[in-house]
Design a protein around this ligand. Structure first.
Ligand code: CU
Length: 510
């Protein structure tokens, strides 16, 4: 039977219906078409579910665990093994072999999104086949839309299952509070608001910002032009889950932790959500490098394959999967977007310096160790003008905190909490208005500038009248509770190395 309803039309209907804009029953014609034509055509589309839903099914969790276990049992030279797949993201320093497609992950450029989508796509096919469950799809960790889902999903926390067997979803190499379920991701670490307000997928020179990263002509393993979503929540979640020296905080080891794949499924989902907002938000399909550069992967039969950007743009039509996005998620998203499109032109403007740590003639570096450090930033061109006083409320543009020329040990460095204008004597609290997120040096090139969008924090501090003085302070705090626990369990034998940088600035594209 030939179909009068194209797949594209079906999909539009599907997203329309699931968005909750109208009940199925209110449009009988559409619902009839939907019932008669769509079901058959979309039956092969895998649905990536929120882990909170997925884990309600013991069968699904068992399939996920079995798939990982089977992959882990394979030789690391087998492209469908757990280690081979993880090594495609990065390899430990002790590894001297260089097998095909190892260490090819893309960070810090506009290839970040497409490369990770391709990576997840083939990993998911391998996992499905290994699990023996032909319906298995990768779940995602939705720390974005639901504050009560910001601790590590329960099935990942314990080394052993109730029957005494090994839990393949668990790894020890995480921040202790993560596996204990006591450390929840803070909203300043997972917020996607700044990224979603951008309407441009890419930017073209440093100092500018975009949703998806800087345009480059070929893949970058550790670029310095990460997009806003790569910075937060992506890098933030990596370092909070990994702690000082866990796997998730290092590019080389991250994909060995099973939660990596659920984290990246969520990042991939957020890319889809960004596109749904429209108003100029589109993929860079006019860019021939983004569209046509080939990346190498392996399918479930260990056959070498390549994919290009143009092959992965439509996840349902080209890759046979979609996300289970609930209407509730949509509502949260829309509320988050209520303060307008303020960014589309901002990207072409040169950032203006609002505040900086004093420049010193000796070119001394600022060092962070195992104690909190507070730096006072001055307003260089102010001459009495206070750029953050309430009368100058930021309504357009964005405010960025920059830590310039950072040097660190990628295998072992503290993911410092960063606070703006934290008053002396007030204990640091990641759920306070002063908190802006972690110094998340994941995939960060040495001596590059680390940037964090602090627009929302500054606006909130202005609203609360907490940002009135002649200077503004930035405080770096080692995550105290975790350090304490690690000392007690004697896991801090390799002392975290010092983080050094040249200066801290606050800039605006307003
Ligand atoms: Cu990642």
């Amino acid at each position: 039977m030939s179909s009068s309803l194209s797949r594209r039309e079906v999909l539009r209907l599907l997203s329309f219906l699931s968005a909750g804009a109208a009940g199925v029953g209110t449009i009988p014609l559409i619902s009839e078409l939907f019932a008669s034509k769509a079901t058959a055509q979309t039956s092969s589309v895998y649905v990536r579910e929120n882990i909170a839903t997925f884990m309600q099914s013991p069968t699904k969790i068992a399939a996920l665990r079995r798939g990982i276990q089977v992959m882990q049992s394979r030789s690391d030279t087998n492209p469908t093994s757990w280690i081979y797949q993880a090594n495609m993201h990065g390899i430990p320093s002790s590894e001297s072999r260089r097998l095909t497609a190892w260490r090819t992950c893309n960070h810090g450029s506009f290839f970040f999104f497409p490369w990770h989508r391709m990576y997840l796509y083939y990993f998911e096919r391998i996992l499905r086949q290994a699990s023996g469950d032909p319906t298995l799809a990768l779940p995602y960790w939705n720390y974005s839309d639901f504050p009560d889902q910001r601790t590590l999903p329960e099935p990942f926390r314990n080394p052993l299952l109730s029957d005494g067997s090994t839990n393949s979803l668990y790894v020890e190499q995480r921040a202790p509070g993560i596996n204990q379920g006591t450390t929840a991701l803070a909203s300043a670490e997972v917020s996607y608001e700044g990224a979603f307000q951008r309407t441009n997928f890419f930017h073209t020179s440093s100092g500018q910002q975009s949703f998806g990263g800087r345009r480059v002509t070929s893949g970058t393993h550790r670029g310095s032009g990460g997009g806003l979503l790569e910075g937060r929540p992506h890098n933030q979640v990596h370092v909070v889950v990994g702690g000082n020296s866990g796997w998730m905080r290092q590019v080389e080891m991250a994909a060995r932790d099973p939660i990596f794949w659920l984290h990246h499924a969520n990042i991939d989902r957020l890319w889809e959500r960004w596109l749904l907002l429209g108003n100029g938000r589109v993929n860079p399909t006019n860019d021939s490098d983004w569209m046509s550069d080939r990346f190498t992967f392996f399918d479930e039969n260990a056959r070498q394959v390549t994919l290009r950007g143009r092959d992965i743009i439509n996840i349902v039509q080209q890759l046979n999967y979609r996300y289970d996005d609930a209407p509730l998620g949509n509502q949260i998203l829309m509320r988050g977007m209520s303060n307008a499109e303020r960014s589309s032109q901002a990207t072409t403007m040169t950032p203006q310096l609002l505040a900086t740590t004093p420049t010193n003639n000796q070119q001394m570096l600022i060092e962070l160790r195992e104690a909190p450090v507070t730096l006072n930033l001055r307003f260089p061109q102010s001459q009495g003008v206070r750029p953050f006083s309430s009368s100058r409320t930021i309504t357009a543009g964005s405010v960025t905190l920059n830590v310039e020329k950072v040097e660190y040990n990628p295998r072992n460095s503290i993911p410092y909490e960063v606070y703006v204008n934290l008053p002396q004597g007030v204990p640091p609290d990641r759920n306070s208005p002063y908190y802006v997120g972690r110094l998340a040096l994941f995939a960060h090139p040495q001596k590059a500038t680390f940037s964090l969008d602090i627009t929302e924090t500054v606006r909130e501090l202005q609203r609360l009248n907490l940002i009135t003085g002649d200077s503004i302070s930035v405080t770096f705090v080692p995550p105290g509770g975790e350090m304490h626990i690690m000392q007690r369990t004697d896991r801090a034998r390799e002392a975290p190395d010092v983080v050094r940088f040249e200066r801290v600035t606050i800039t605006t594209t307003n």
